[in-house]
Design a protein around this ligand. Sequence first.
Ligand SMILES: C[S@@+](CC[C@H](N)C(=O)[O-])C[C@H]1O[C@@H](n2cnc3c(N)ncnc32)[C@H](O)[C@@H]1O
Length: 322
Amino acid sequence: MTKSEIKNKAKNKSPKKKKRKNPYIPGIAALKFKPTYDWDVNTAKTLYDGFKHPFNKDQIIYSDCISGSGMDQMPDSSVDLIIADPPFGIKFTGKENFYNRKSEYVANGYGEVNENYGEFSEAWISKLPRIMKDTSSVFIFSGWTNLNDILNAVAKTDLALINHIIWKYQFGVFTKRKFVSSHYHLLFLVKNRKKYFFNKIEHYPEDVWIIPRKFQPGERKNSTKLPEEVVSRCIHFCSEPGGLVFDPFMGNGTTAKCARANFRHYFGFEINHDMKDVIEANLEQINPGQTYKHHITMIPNKEELLKKYPAAKKKLFDEKNQ
Ligand SMILES: C[S@@+](CC[C@H](N)C(=O)[O-])C[C@H]1O[C@@H](n2cnc3c(N)ncnc32)[C@H](O)[C@@H]1O
């Protein structure tokens, strides 16, 4: 305590609060918000068409990402963003009858990890920093059961953990004697804390993402498909149009589809050859840039914000009438 604070306390006076020059009014900053970077559709397309990569882009290799023909073949500093959703390590076959899923729609040959999950995690995570640029980041999805192994593997690299995001979805597997798991962990890591690319496209981007899983009966897929909204969010915040998004565990090709739809290039591996026709069918549905939008059009408009923040509405009204 300072001398004057002690004196004030003795006098039973509360210490004087410093007056803010501009009093805080919730919503004013949200109304003024602009994304850090924004590209109109033509500029994004030009960047996409013109970007030169040091190896074949827009390709998926149907083999193991860890062994000799995998990530070791990729050049140094060659990818802009990595999105990795590895197998769970829980003896999952991809055919389990969750959510009344019919097994004939689920592709065969899901590559599960039968060896030690810690060793598997170290094997692939240790290969990431070399292929990343100083501006690159990586998002790793993990269930809570194997999170320790992923975090231990990350700790053995120089990658820096920037956020630990919780992705909350709307339903989990029914349980009788424990709570239903309805969230996933998503680690946001970077190679260089000072240089990583981050496009703040929302005024207040929180580290809990509430995004439902899509349940599409009758669609043939590997049963661990991520929602496109989750994957696109990683792409929008952490890559530029024309950049190369790498996914070592392509599954249904969600990363490739979202990258292409947003004027980004992709590259990845999938060990399961049976996924080739599923991935190709998914990619055929989409043209480059098909869902790309100027970010400014994706933020809430003035009317929506003023409804949410009545104090800001009053301030603007008062200013108008002064
Ligand atoms: C959790 S799924 C990925 C799902 C994907 N994110 C999607 O939205 O469709 C993991 C995938 O990794 C594949 N896989 C497992 N081990 C692999 C390895 N060593 N190299 C490449 N792919 C592998 C599995 O066959 C499975 O398709």
